[in-house]
Design a protein around this ligand. Structure first.
Ligand SMILES: Nc1ncnc2c1ncn2[C@@H]1O[C@H](COP(=O)(O)OP(=O)(O)OP(=O)(O)O)[C@@H](O)[C@H]1O
Ligand SMILES: [Zn+2]
Length: 733
């Protein structure tokens, strides 16, 4: 007897055996096909890993599978391999990892085919007279089919008011049949370009040459200062692969925020460009996935999860803004799409390019170690020059809604010159919190160790950590005073202040609250690109690769905010954010100026950043990391746990550590840090703790993680505690 060994989406880190469904010959099944099975009280879609002759479970205890859903595996071998590798590396249950690599409809067990592939038509010779007079709805349906001799999809039938459940009745009577329509998605074009490419400068040309020179696997770090024309390098390198009949995959941090990048790809190529954005329906996503798999989509642009998109003839992978932390999934399957891209390129034997002005310290380290081939663009493209920096010391300067008087004067000056101003403030809402002037009470979140943010439109208190909301109190919770005052300034407040200061100039706010509607970002971009003087005020959304030719002044209101973070990456993030925002200034013919308000104008990091640039900062930072025994010079993983009572999660982690540390066979060289309460211990009503493991040797670290997971799974306390493991964490909270 043969059994099916399946990976099932569940938290359990093991495979499950099933008997084959009736009438199925397991030897003919390929690994990777989907199998529908009973699992607990549910039916789930598993993936076939193996057919085996032997099961640990007695045969009479094994349940039969319900159905095999595919004749050929939906995921090509390369994606299966990638997902399996990732499950292993990130210590995530295989079934869940494989499931996440599939489009949602395939996870649910839908057929692996295009929406309009499955059509209905009347059988030859079918006649309305064959239906009785009483079957009015069946007659209507048959008439509809007769009107569409080439076939009609179920979606279209429903749209016409037809009742699809009756199709089966017609089929049973021999009047209707379904068939598979082979849609011709093929798009042939001898001329792959819509528009002529720009003439590259020397640095750009060298980069394109390097990327396109060698066939096979190679990783590149393309470090190009802001405005150096990295996108043009992507476009021309992609053109090379397209002309060879291949496909390109481009990962970007957030598509909604970068409509311009997508528009540039569509404007350049006279070829199907598929964009996997969050507004797609599950159906549209599956269609796009199929087009990529069949090779009809030639250019695929997507966010993190697009790394699992199958490609018929992969040519090249680009990661734009590779330093962006959104490439790392922060819950569940905690993979890093940037690192998986390198792995994938290796599996597919193609080049991969990580592009940014501000490389992650990890990537810089990899480039220094020779693992990545290092390409540099040191000059801005075209006529643009690097912006000039000014540190504005605001110690003892009064701030009006976050703005100092010298800054307001500069804003006025630039607007009078007829250009645009961009103001960066990394706090949305009206004010970071509300305080009682009489007793010092602060509006805290009841479920988190955090203050609630005051929002004006609509007027309420909002916790940005757990999303809970409540009305703004009229009196202090503690002393009853009515003297409640907003503390500090968020984007809403500074927007109001700017509008009062400059009543004749449009003030455009860009943050999560103003960009939620579909196409909101596009509309904002369109307004800015009209080129009339305006003030843009917003959060880090403004830092993401935008090209604003008319912006000449960039102001950073709270440049210090990340300097003293508890996370060892706080400095790196601050530096990246500052340079990315600053990089929006002076990108075209007008020179740019960057003003940074700071209380630490003599802080060595800030000064070296503005005088010597990112590279000097990053090298210094890397040196300190190596000296302090921190990533990337060592490997790191974090165990997190949370429970509804204080102390429980910490105790749980402490027990794990004690048990493993006392094991004489434990792998060498493991450093333990913690358990400690998380920097924000209480969040969304749960008390959290963390345990960090570090090691120079990746293998030993993984061995120890494996041991901990086994211990944790067997621990009787696991019912009281939720735990997770994060390999290569990007945030230490
Ligand atoms: N060779 C070139 N000649 C003239 N203009 C160019 C050239 N290459 C790029 N540009 C223009 O320079 C501007 C900036 O380019 P791009 O947006 O690609 O920069 P970037 O390196 O991606 O910047 P960032 O990292 O800030 O997003 C664009 O308007 C682009 O069209
Ligand atoms: Zn909260």
């Amino acid at each position: 007897m043969s059994y099916l060994q399946l990976a099932i989406p569940s938290p359990l880190r093991r495979l499950f055996d099933y008997r084959p469904p009736a009438g199925c010959s397991p030897e003919q099944l390929s690994p990777g096909v989907r199998v529908k099975v009973p699992f607990g009280r549910r039916e789930v879609t598993g993936i076939l890993i193996n057919v085996t002759q032997h099961s640990e479970v007695p045969p009479d205890k094994l349940k039969p599978a319900i159905a095999v859903l595919d004749t050929t595996p939906p995921m090509p071998e390369s994606i299966l391999k990638l997902a399996r590798w990732a499950a292993n590396y990130y210590q995530h249950p295989l079934g869940d990892a494989l499931s996440q690599a599939l489009p949602v409809l395939l996870r649910k067990g839908d057929p692996c085919e295009y929406a309009h592939q499955h059509l209905w038509r009347s059988t030859p010779g079918a006649d309305i007279a064959q239906l009785g007079k009483t079957a009015a709805r069946q007659r209507e349906l048959l008439l509809l089919l007769l009107e569409h001799p080439n076939g009609i999809s179920e979606d279209a039938i429903r749209a016409e008011g037809g009742q699809t459940p009756l199709l089966k009745k017609l089929a049973d009577k021999g009047l209707a049949e379904s068939f598979i329509h082979n849609t011709d998605h093929h798009h042939h074009s001898d001329q792959p370009l819509h528009e002529a490419p720009l003439t590259l400068n020397t640095e750009q040309q060298q980069a394109v040459n390097a990327i396109t020179a060698t066939p096979g696997f190679k990783s590149f770090l393309l470090q190009g200062v802001t405005g150096s024309g990295k996108t043009e390098v992507y476009l021309q390198a992609i053109e090379h692969f397209i002309r060879q009949g291949k496909q390109a995959l481009i990962l970007v941090p957030e598509i909604g925020l970068t409509p311009q990048t997508v528009a540039r790809f569509k404007a350049r190529f006279n070829l199907p460009v598929v964009v996997l954005h969050s507004n797609l329906t599950d159906r549209q996503r599956l269609d796009a996935w199929l087009q990529a798999r069949e090779g009809t989509a030639r250019i695929i642009i997507g966010t993190r999860s697009a790394i699992f998109t199958p490609l018929k003839s992969p040519g090249v992978i680009f990661i734009d803004e590779e330093h962006d932390t959104s490439f790392k999934q922060q819950d569940g399957f905690r993979y890093n799409a940037r690192d998986l891209a390198v792995m994938r390129a290796n599996v597919e034997q193609i080049p991969v390019v990580l592009g940014t002005a501000t490389p992650a310290i990890e990537s810089l380290y990899n480039a220094q170690q020779g693992r990545y081939h290092w390409l540099k663009l040191n000059q801005r493209a075209g006529n643009a020059r690097a912006p000039e920096f000014e540190l504005l010391d605001i110690r003892q300067q009064p701030l009006q809604d976050g703005l100092s008087a010298p800054l307001v004067a500069q804003i006025r000056h630039h607007l009078q010159q007829g250009t645009q101003v961009l103001i960066f403030l990394n706090r949305r809402g009206f004010a970071p919190t509300l305080m009682c002037h009489d007793c010092g009470w602060l509006a805290d979140c009841k479920r988190c160790d955090a203050h609630m943010t005051l929002h004006r439109k609509p007027f309420h208190l909002h916790c940005h950590h757990c999303d809970s909301q409540r009305p703004v109190p009229i009196k202090c919770d503690s002393c009853g005073s009515t003297e409640l005052k907003p503390v500090g300034a968020g984007t809403e407040r500074t927007e109001e202040a700017l509008q009062k200061l400059f009543p004749s100039v449009p003030v455009i706010r860009v943050d999560r609250d103003t960009t939620q509607r579909k196409n909101a970002m596009q509309q904002i971009m369109d307004r800015v690109h009209q080129g009339l003087p305006c003030i843009l005020i917003g959060t880090q959304m403004l830092a993401k690769g935008h090209h604003f030719p008319k912006v000449t002044l960039v102001a950073i209101l709270n440049a210090d905010s990340g300097l003293f973070s508890a996370d060892f990456r706080g400095m790196e993030r601050t530096a990246q954010l500052i340079l990315q925002v600053a990089g929006r200034a002076g990108r075209a013919d007008h020179p740019g100026k960057v003003v940074m308000q700071t209380h630490h104008a003599d802080h060595p990091t800030i000064t070296s950043l503005v005088t010597e640039g990112y590279q000097a900062f990053a090298e210094q930072e890397l040196g300190q990391r190596i000296a302090a025994y921190l990533p990337p010079s060592i490997h790191c993983a974090m165990f997190r746990a949370e429970a509804s009572h204080p102390g429980v999660a910490e105790r749980f982690l402490g027990t794990l550590r004690n048990r493993l540390e006392s094991d004489i066979l434990q792998p060498q060289g493991i450093q333990w840090l913690g358990p400690l309460p998380s920097p924000m211990e209480k969040r969304a009503g749960l008390f959290r703790a963390q345990l960090v493991l570090q090691c120079r040797d990746r293998k030993n670290l993984h061995q120890q993680l494996h041991n901990i997971i086994r211990e944790a799974e067997d621990d009787p306390d696991t019912r009281k505690v939720r735990w997770s493991v994060d390999v290569d964490p990007v945030d230490m909270f």
